[in-house]
Each structure stands twice: as C-alpha cells, then as structure tokens.
Design a protein around this ligand. Structure first.
Ligand SMILES: *[C@@H]1O[C@H](CO)[C@@H](O)[C@H](O)[C@H]1NC(C)=O
Ligand SMILES: *[C@@H]1O[C@H](CO)[C@@H](O)[C@H](O)[C@H]1NC(C)=O
Ligand SMILES: *[C@@H]1O[C@H](CO)[C@@H](O)[C@H](O)[C@H]1NC(C)=O
Length: 282
C-alpha cells in the first residue's frame, strides 16, 4: 500500500521536476511580429550647429522655440506612403530646407520627428515616440539624404494585458518640453532614453552633398518595417505551454512505474495479495 502510494506520488512529481530542470518549461518570454501603425504627429525639432559656437539654428514646432530662425527653415514637407495599401504607413518622408546667413556652414544637425506609435494586436499599446537623426559634417554641405529604418528598442518586456491599451508613454516629449530652458533638448532626449520602450532610427544609406550653396536641404526617408515585440506571457499561456511537456513525461513515468510495480509484485519482493474479485472461491 505504502509502495503504491510512493510510486503514485513520484509519478506526479518526477515529471514536473525533470521538465522544470530541463528549462524552457516555464517560459518567461514570448514574442510576436507586428508592423505598428506609425503616424507623424507634425511635431519636429531641428538643431543645426555651425562653425560659430554662438550661432545655432533651431527651428521646430515645440513650445517656446526661438522664433528668430523661423524664416530660415523653409519648404517643410511631410508625406506618408502606403504602397501596399494596408492602411498602415510604410514610409514617412520629411523634407526641410535651411537658409544659411552670413556664410555660416552647418557642422552638425539633430533632427527629431514626432511619431505616434500604435500596436493593435496582442499587446495593445499607444505611445508618443520620435525619430532622432543626427549627423556631423566635415566639409561644407548643401544637402543630406538620409534613408533609415525605424526600430523598436525594449529594455524590458511588455506586460501585455489583453483588452487593455497601454498608454504609459503616450506623452509627447516634444510638445511638453519648454525649449526656452537651457539644455532642454539634452534633458528631453535623456528622459526619452530612460523609457523602457523607445524607437530608434537605424541608417541604411546616408549621402551628403558637399559644397557651399548658402542653403542646406535635409531629406529623411523613414521606413517602418514589421517589428519583433517581446512580452511576458500570461499565466494561462504559460500553463498551455507547460501542460503538454508535463503530460508527455507523466505518461512515460506512468508506464515505467507500472513496469516496476508489476515486477515487484510478481516476484513477491513485497508482501502482496492479488485480489481478483471475479474469481469465485469454490
Ligand atoms: C513657455 O511656454 C509655456 C506654455 O507652453 C508658457 O507658460 C511659458 O511662459 C513659456 N516661457 C517662455 C519663456 O516663453
Ligand atoms: C560670403 O563669402 C563670399 C565668398 O567667400 C564673400 O564674397 C561674401 O562677402 C561673404 N559674405 C558675408 C556676409 O560674409
Ligand atoms: C495618446 O495620445 C494621442 C495624442 O496626444 C491621443 O490622440 C490619444 O487619444 C492618446 N491615447 C490614449 C489611449 O491615451
């Protein structure tokens, strides 16, 4: 009786221990692929440093941006393309032209383009992100063509609650930064960097046109591909994943223990009575 009890308990526990020890039993990470719905928010910021440390061109749509450069930033164009007609923007094209005064040359640029980022399937999420592009120039430059991919950067897994739209980061940093404050841009970029989920621009092809023309054209082509999204699975998902592993081991153990039991009893290694109820005693 005790022997049967012990084998039964082992039969339940051993498969669990083995499955657990072999790893991959209880997954803490799942992923899926999705092309996010990304729309430009029509907020932008452009900072152009010149060879003169006292002269920086700043223009944009944010709060308290110095208005003195307003007429230096011209021909701003923002276009969205959806070549496969699936309703999601696949390419965003942003163009801007800078007029340079007093023979200044641009030595570096920082361009920040506000984006509304929306995941809709497994982990509903909406956040305000931006595309950050920076480039330095060694020679006088009249234009730069920047082709890049937008990528998702996660420093932790999404917690992913079903039917719950995660809007933790649905705050526009560009709209909520007071640019009249010193180092506002660095602080803004830093607080964006500290987020657990951000987007990043990965250059594919960058071409600068050299020569001094008194203007500088910036042409950004941003492609939005399908992205890999990491998330922590729910308890039910874990159970669904772990259950077949446990069951297949439990069946094997059940078979082995049955063999052992039969061997033990058949060889009378333990005291046992074989009770066969339908065998009538004469
Ligand atoms: C900056 O903008 C905020 C509102 O967006 C305003 O209250 C504040 O007075 C502005 N500061 C300066 C220095 O213009
Ligand atoms: C700009 O440079 C050109 C040629 O180098 C010169 O003729 C012109 O006077 C300069 N303009 C200013 C405002 O410095
Ligand atoms: C997120 O922010 C955008 C822009 O401010 C807004 O239109 C949208 O309703 C917000 N979504 C949520 C879920 O808060």
């Amino acid at each position: 009786m005790l022997f049967t009890l012990i084998t039964s308990i082992l039969n339940v526990i051993l498969p669990f221990l083995i499955a657990h020890r072999s790893r991959g039993f209880w997954l803490n990470s799942h992923y899926f692929y999705e092309q996010p719905a990304v729309r430009p928010t029509f907020e932008y910021l452009l900072v152009g440093d010149t060879e003169d440390p006292y002269h920086t061109v700043i223009c944009g749509s944010g709060n308290n941006l110095t208005k003195e450069f307003e007429n230096q930033c011209r021909e701003i164009q923002l276009q969205e393309y959806d070549p496969n007609n699936d309703g999601k923007t696949d390419v965003i094209n942003f163009k801007i032209k800078l007029d340079l005064v007093e023979n200044h040359t641009i030595t570096s640029i920082i361009l920040i383009l506000g984006l509304d980022f929306h995941l809709m399937t497994i982990c509903p999420l909406q956040m305000q992100t931006f595309a950050l592009v920076s480039k330095e120039f060694n020679n006088p430059t009249s234009g730069v063509k920047y082709n890049a991919y937008l990528e998702l950067v996660q420093t932790s897994h999404l917690s992913c609650l079903r039917h719950h739209l995660d809007s933790k980061y649905n705050i526009s940093l560009l709209a909520n930064t007071d640019f009249s404050e010193e180092q506002a841009i660095d602080i803004m970029i830093n607080s964006y960097f500290m987020r657990e989920v951000t987007t990043q621009v990965k250059p594919y092809f960058v071409r600068s046109q050299h020569g001094y023309t008194g203007t500088m054209k910036i042409d950004l082509f941003l492609k939005i591909p399908e992205m890999k999204i990491l998330y922590t699975p729910s308890f039910l998902q874990e159970v669904k994943w772990a259950w077949p592993q446990y069951l297949s081991l439990a069946i094997t153990f059940y078979w082995i223990f049955n063999r052992i039991k039969r061997f033990v009893f058949n060889n009378r290694l333990l005291m046992a009575w074989e009770i066969i109820p339908w065998k009538k005693i004469p």
